[in-house]
Ligand binder design. Structure first.
Ligand code: G1P
Length: 291
């Protein structure tokens, strides 16, 4: 069984919920404390063993690619001024990790964005990380180990894995919501460990009355390569977009799909209110660690 080494990170969206901050700066590069939000997401993928990061971007998002490239001129200037430590800190990406960007062209939805990565991912199984969601990196391996757990589960039974967390009733309409195979399953409120359950389907952004559970899709997925074939045949639905959730529903009927409950906390960096709360949390943690 081949190890999963590819991760797709869709970064093509305009980030309209983050205007005016996102008017000329990609929302993925907005700071959370002293790093751009996407820095933590890429670190999380690398910590789980990912070697090939595939950004699915847009003409106005090339600054994200630049962030992961070496700026030779800046490097030379910093070293010339004796700031070697600072220069080294910018070259943090391990040598065996590559970051490439492919463009989505027309923005036809999350499912369409993931499908756009197919020419690079090829016939490999792969992970998807949505960069709006940043997992808390300050509580040891708690949150950032979720992806490693999901990759290990995939190796065991080849079932695609989708990370979920319990959300409040008032937040159900913002997310894809899981319908478990066994609807009588008791889900613990504790976020100290991961648990895996078979899933019967997902409802994308339901009204509370139609929500089959309170388990919301967090934005971390491990997919069998078959998902590409389903995405290629998925028609636009909710919001006129090609939804990843619809392709997952098709995948469920062919091969089992599991949800993994999340350890630790997640932060939504794609919505102004929660972004500001996340910024404060990240900045406070980093200021405290500097004493
Ligand atoms: C996407 C997914 C949704 C998921 C959410 C997590 O929605 O379609 O299932 O719950 O990300 O952030 P978006 O937030 O892109 O509308």
């Amino acid at each position: 069984m081949k190890k999963i080494t590819h991760a797709v990170i869709p970064v093509a969206g305009f980030g309209t919920r983050m205007l005016p901050l996102s008017k000329s700066v990609p929302k993925e590069l907005l700071p959370l404390g002293n790093r751009p939000a996407i820095h933590y997401v890429v670190e999380e993928a690398i910590a789980a063993g990912i070697k090939h990061i595939v950004l699915v971007g847009h003409a106005q998002k090339s600054a994200i690619e630049d962030y992961f490239d070496i700026n030779a001129e800046l490097d030379t200037q910093l070293r010339h001024k004796g700031k070697d430590e600072l220069a080294d800190s910018l070259n943090w990406l391990p040598d065996d990790v590559s970051v490439s960007m492919i463009r989505q062209g027309r923005a036809l939805g999350l499912g369409h964005a993931v499908l756009a990565a197919r020419p690079i991912v090829g016939d490999n199984d792969f992970a998807v990380l949505l960069p709006d969601v940043v997992l808390d990196p300050f509580t040891g391996d708690m949150a950032t180990d979720n992806l490693a757990f999901m990759l290990a589960e995939f190796v065991k039974d080849q079932h695609s894995q989708i990370l979920v967390e319990q959300v409040a009733d008032s937040d159900v309409h913002k997310y894809g919501i899981a319908k478990l195979v066994d609807s009588t399953t008791e889900i613990s409120d504790s976020t100290d460990s991961n648990a895996s359950f078979g899933v019967a389907g997902f409802v994308e952004k339901p009204d509370l009355t139609d929500a089959p559970s309170r388990l919301a899709v967090v934005g971390r997925y491990v997919f069998s390569n078959q998902i590409f074939d389903y995405l290629a045949n998925t028609k636009a639905s909710v919001g006129g977009e090609i939804q990843l959730t619809d392709a997952i529903d098709a995948l469920i009927s062919e091969s089992g799909v599991n949800v993994t409950t999340m350890r630790g906390d997640s932060y939504d960096a794609g919505d102004m209110h929660s972004y500001m709360q996340a910024f404060i949390y990240f900045a406070e943690q980093q200021l405290a660690s500097k004493g």
